[in-house]
Ligand binder design. Sequence first.
Ligand code: MG
Length: 364
Amino acid sequence: MAFIAHGLPYTRVAGPVRSGAATTTTRGPRRNAAKPFSGLRPMVDAPLRAAGCAGAWTMTAAPAPTAAAGVAPRLSDPASMLAGIKTFIFDCDGVVWRGDSLIDGVKETLDYLRKDLGKRVFFVTNNSTKSREQYLGKFTKLGLDVEAEEIFSSSFAAAAYLEQTQFAKTGKKVYIIGEQGIEEELALIGVPYIGGPSDKAKVADMSPGSAMPHDADVGAVVVGFDRHVNYYKMQYAQLCINENPGCLFIATNLDAVTHLTDAQEWAGNGAMVGAIRGCTGKEPIVVGKPSSLMIDYIVEKYGMAPSEICMVGDRMDTDIMFGKNNGLQTMLVLSGVTTEEKLLAADASSQPDCYADSMANFMA
Ligand SMILES: [Mg+2]
């Protein structure tokens, strides 16, 4: 049953995440049970496309001496690659921008793909701290001409999941561990929320005999990246999930680390989710990459064959996994967190179909 989420129809629910290290069993409806997609696309992990690419794409073997059998080839003939792909899904950080800086050649490449070649492009990010509206502002500020409906943030995915499952009809509210992006997206669908930035400075009373009160009307806890996560928020979430019957535990993503600055890696939302998992014993419903919710929406809305979609990302554990789990072509770019050494040392099952220095190589 289709319905409208922020003006965008959603007809699918999040399925189980089928990643390796980040494997998570969802409590939501199983993807295969909700609606058959088997006629539309393969439901198995996509095999390496190096051989398939050889027909449509022309690759050369990675030159590094450490390259082992089964590693991804480096992109060498972008024209052949582009001919076989109608839609690109780009991760943002490390692919389009690094922090607040646009990566060289991105604007020209996006213009080329869209205007010269007529490709459709989408942007998918696991960063839940911003709403789609805030992301639109960031794209515009960086000089990129992007439509709101081309942006899929995990904050939006969390709201879309709640809308899809008709959460608003329960009359319940959401407790947020996370930032403004989640608040804005929930406000857009009319779901009341508490927590988030408002609980930034709260400290629970732990004097003898005290108990922390919590709202029995919280029907879902959404956990996203939160620069001000604290014990109060963890205890509040724990009480809601453990004591409110049927309370959902939703994670925007499970990223182990994130890049708050260019100088080092910082603990990602996997830390916040892990804390709540640890004190509840429950597994979250994951709505961001590598969960299938966002790709299901794109595939269904635009009637695309997954094999004609290429996921371009800089992380193997989310971007490439997301693409492979959903039957997409996959390309790793070295403009973000993954070095060539890391890529070539990874096992065959986590390799992308091919890799390039950055998306600027698409125009070479
Ligand atoms: Mg990235």
